[in-house]
Design a protein around this ligand. Sequence first.
Ligand code: NOJ
Length: 520
Amino acid sequence: MQELTWWQHSVVYEIYPRSFQDSNGDGVGELKGIIERLDYLVHLGVDAIWISPFYPSPMADFGYDVADYCGIDPLFGTMEDFDRLLAEVHRRGLKMILDFVPNHTSDQHPWFLESRSSRDNPKRDWYLWRDEPNNWLSNFGGSGWDRDETTGQYYYHSFLKQQPDLNWRNPAVKAAMFDALRFWLERGVDGFRVDVMWLMIKDDQFRDDPPNPGYRMGQPSNHRLLPVYNSDRPEVHDLVAEMRAVVDEFQQRVLIGEIYLPVQQLMTYYGRDLKGANLPFNFQLLQCAWSADAVAQVISDYQGALPEGAWPNWVLGNHDQPRIATRVGPHQARVAAMLLLTLPGTLTMYYGEELGMTNVAIPPELVQDPAEKNEPGLGLGRDPERTPMPWDNSRASGFTSGTPWLPLNDDHATINVAALEQDQSSILHLYRKLIDLRRSRRTLVSGKLRSVTAEKGVLRYQRIGQKDRILIVLNLGMDTAQIEFEGGTVLASTRAERVGKAVNGFTDLASGEGLVIDLA
Ligand code: NOJ
């Protein structure tokens, strides 16, 4: 088998820094807190961490409104803390991926303050200014255009009005943003997850988006139009290729793109000659129905659509999506873990997934997320999946000595790292076992994926290496299924007592049960 680069065989662990570990009692996690918990991540077995933004920011969108691309917000620490974190990460053999937010800055970024100061300011054209708005919408509700009182023109914002979109057609913007990438690459970071990669370039004629004939009342307001002219524009691919070339000025780095698009369009982000994103995030499992049929279809479609030589990746959750254990329930969360960790390529997990953490209902007075505040009651809020990591059964679960910025999970007395550590049958142990297996059996990373089938609620597939064959059988259905095995040994099971046992002939597989089998 050909030698893999680090990111190809990595399990990437997303850390939402506000919620991972607080070390100064202000109720918000920071970089120092992450350092304190690195040994946990080593023990879990992950290879890389991706940290959501920690740059200086007014926090209108909790750091996705960046006011300085080359700094650290005091809430999260100092540049010294950053350098120490990076050194500690590397000392443990882990890699570190930063979040890069190129589509928009904060309205408090000096570039925007200059840009909005007058129509003839040299930075005017760094953003998208128009005399009249067109019909483009904001992803956080309402028109995407806001009128600036001083200069009487409108600027476009794909998200909040505090997040004006940059004009990536302007070479000076490109140069400045690429320098920001180099700043971090020179400091030694191992790559970037690029925020909303598919939105970066808009139609240069600012044509109106057409109405969405499928729109129904009660859906988020931005679904009213089809985002034809303000997303996934053909020119974006040249830009992604340029970004990749910057990352490739350095050895062994990775470029990951956040892209929510149907699978065929997603694949175009690998770029011509695979010179685009190394990994356009594959969010298909976040969106599909939880059934053997649907998941089998997703796997086959994705594998079938991958361009020659493109490296696959899979994701079960992130800071914008309902947690997997809430979507599918606690039993199926184990099946989901087994699914994720036996699929080919690079995998990304979201902090707390390994605990079976669920969404936390946030009372209205504690809501933080602008997505919920702007369009309340539609279930758009992301606070529920951003609650603090529960480490132990103390008052604030070892997350903080103060008051956590979002409430902890109600069940934090039992669902926490320390408690699950004690229980050999816990989902935490299952995750660790599966990550470990993936490390010792590289067939699970790079072996061929074959024989994907769904029958009676059971999803099956095989991973074929040069010298081994591994069968994965997952009961996503509601009923026990009888499965016929040709003979093999259980490598991993959602029920720990099955590990190491032989399977042969007919075996019952309960709902929510999964097996990874070494075929003789
Ligand atoms: C995608 C990020 O993941 C999300 O959290 C953020 O609100 C938007 N982009 C805007 O940056």
